[in-house]
Structure formats: C-alpha cells, structure tokens
Design a protein around this ligand. Structure first.
Ligand SMILES: Cc1cc2nc3c(=O)[nH]c(=O)nc-3n(C[C@H](O)[C@H](O)[C@H](O)COP(=O)(O)O)c2cc1C
Length: 332
C-alpha cells in the first residue's frame, strides 16, 4: 500500500501529471472520477503566490471532490519558497510538490524547474528548508538530469529522501531532451535496486496505453505511475489502465454517447468552479482535445468557441453527439 502523509493511495497509484494550462480543477475532477488516484495543479510560481497575484492564487484553489490533490510550486529563491510553502499550507492540499523538472528556457535560466539539476547541492538544501518549513508532506517531481553526461538521479533520490521528501516522481528524460526521444525507464531499475531508497518512486514519461502501463509496471518496478499527455482529451485512460491491470481485459474506447456524457460532466465542474461566464470560457481549451480526431469538425468547434449561453453549449454538445456518433465509431 502506498501512503504519502496520511493519504492512502492504494497499491499502485496512477497520478495525473501537473500540466500547465490543462490540469485546472474541472479537468482534475474528471480524471479523479475516471480513476486517477491523485491529481496535481499546474506549476505555480512562488513569486506570484507570495505577491498575491490573482492568477497564481486561482491556480491553488481546490475542490473537495478532487482530493487527494498536490499543489506544485516552482521557484529558486529560498525565502520566497518558504513564504510560498505557508501560502500553500493554507490551501490544505494533501501534498506540496516541488517542480525540479520544467525544461523551458525562461524557467531554467532562473535556476527554477530543471535548472536546479545543474546544482544538486542547492536542490537538496532548498528542499530541506521547504520540508522543515511546512507541516505538509513534501514531494518532488524532476527529470533524470540536466543532460545525458551528468545524470546523478540515484544520488538525487537518496539525498532528497534524507532531507525528508515523502515521494518522488521522475520524468525519465533529461532537460536537454525536452520532450524528444523515448523516455529511458531503465533508470528506475537502478534506483529501485538501491536498498536505502524506501520512499515511493513514481515513473513518468510516455505511458499512453493500458498494455504499456502494465508492461512497464512489471519491467521497471516503480511504485506507481504519473500520466500526462495521454490523459489530455482522454481522462478515462486511468480507469482503462486500472481495469487492464486488474483483469487483463482491455476496455473499448468510449463511444460518442459516453464521451459526450463525460464532456457534459466536465462542463458542470467548470461552471461550478467559475460560474457561467468564466466557466464557459475555461472549458473552451478542452473541446479541441476531446474532439481531436473528428473530421470536418470545424463548424461545431467555432460554435463551441463562441457560444456564451451554457444551455446552448449543452445543445451543441448533444448535436455533436448525434451528428458524429457513427463517424466516431469509424475512426475508432
Ligand atoms: C502541456 C503540458 C504542460 C506541462 N506542465 C507541467 C507543469 O506545470 N509541471 C510539471 O511538473 N510538469 C509539466 N509538464 C510535464 C508533465 O507533467 C509530464 O512530466 C510529461 O508530459 C511527461 O509525461 P507524459 O509522457 O505522460 O506526458 C507538462 C507537460 C505538458 C504536455
């Protein structure tokens, strides 16, 4: 059984990866309803949090129905990290997660995200300070290393465990790789071979099907998995993986009717979260993901992206449901 703090995550947790612009409260709730054992906010700047920037504050609002949830922060300045940890504590997530994995230049140039992989001592001391400053369980999400030549992930896990983190997720790529090439999961075997490492180690990178999840679980001995891109427009992947792991049977992709039901539910969460106007606007970013592979969808998309009345949006969704019911089965 995997436990972080007081939170029981089951025997092999499947976590929804933090994703900027994707993992808002409504999407997190939908993933939770479809099998995710824990969900994460997108990364939030500690500088924004402590300056009370509205956009950052918004990113840490949590709903009871999405718990357990981790709030992920990123930053480089010790004092800001500690102050932000207090702000996060007030929001009462199950976990405070530190981002040491973001590869984007404007983040790493400030020694935030994966930037800190160039200075493991600093990574360890910053983490120690955050652990000491908060009563929340602290976890870390990182990458294998800065580049292939300087990977020290085994040492990183051991030292971060020593300073008190309660779990680690590793995206099995280096910063230099960004999102290119295959994630190199062999590193998990090496990490798990080390008897000193007792915290849960979650594997991340390129899990996109029940079969791959099951094969990687058997092969790489991770304690759970985090899934990002494969859940975009396909939040049911968590329950598909769970079902496959439990029974060996593959569930079919949901048909159009089922899909429309899920999108209605997602819209409900969005309206509940933000009210009619902003709820409608926030939901727009998700339609393209849900309806990605449908041919000749553009006129419907345009209507979804311009309509402000929730009732009419619902009618458009239903119209899409019956217009494309068969088309969808053909491309499935
Ligand atoms: C659109 C997008 C936004 C992301 N934002 C974050 C983020 O805010 N914090 C983070 O730790 N990782 C972020 N990531 C990385 C993912 O959490 C994950 O590590 C990566 O996508 C690899 O997993 P996957 O192959 O399952 O997608 C993001 C990835 C994508 C595609």
């Amino acid at each position: 059984m995997i436990k972080i703090g007081k939170t029981n995550l089951g025997s092999f947790p499947l976590l929804l990866a933090p994703m900027e612009g994707v993992t808002d409260p409504s999407f997190r709730a939908i993933c939770k309803e479809h099998g995710a054992d824990m969900v994460y906010t997108e990364f939030v700047s500690v500088e924004g949090l402590i300056r009370n920037v509205k956009k950052s504050q918004k990113k840490i609002s949590i709903f009871p129905h999405e718990r357990p949830v981790g709030i992920q922060i990123y930053g480089a300045n010790l004092e800001s990290m500690l102050k932000a940890a207090k702000v996060v504590e007030a929001a009462q997530p199950e976990v405070l997660d530190i981002n040491y994995g973001c590869p984007v230049s404007k983040v790493v140039n400030k020694m935030c995200g994966a930037g800190i992989l160039q200075d493991v001592d600093r990574m360890v001391s910053l983490t120690r300070a955050v652990v000491e400053a908060t009563s929340l369980p602290v976890t870390v999400k990182t990458r294998l290393g800065w580049n292939a030549e300087t990977i020290r992930i085994g040492e990183v896990v051991e030292r971060l465990q020593e300073v008190g983190i309660q779990a680690i997720t590793i995206h099995a790529r280096t910063r230099k790789q960004m999102y290119k090439g295959e994630a190199d999961w062999d590193w998990f075997l090496r990490i798990k071979e080390n008897p000193n490492i007792t915290i849960p180690v979650f594997g991340n990178g390129d899990i996109n099907s029940p079969e791959k999840a099951q094969a990687y679980r058997a092969q790489y001995r991770v304690d759970g998995m985090m899934i990002g891109r494969a859940a975009i427009g396909r939040p049911w992947i968590f329950s598909q993986i769970k079902h496959y792991m439990a029974t060996g049977e593959l569930l079919p992709e949901p048909g159009m009717e089922e899909r429309i039901k899920i999108i209605h539910q997602h819209l409900n969460h969005s309206l509940e979260w933000k009210g009619d106007k902003v709820g409608i606007l926030e939901m727009r970013r998700h339609y393209t993901n849900y309806f990605k592979s449908i041919p000749h969808f553009k006129p419907f998309r345009l209507r979804l992206l311009t309509e402000m009345n929730p009732q009419i949006v619902r009618e458009i969704l239903d119209e899409i449901g019956y217009t494309f019911a068969r088309t969808y089965e053909q491309i499935n």
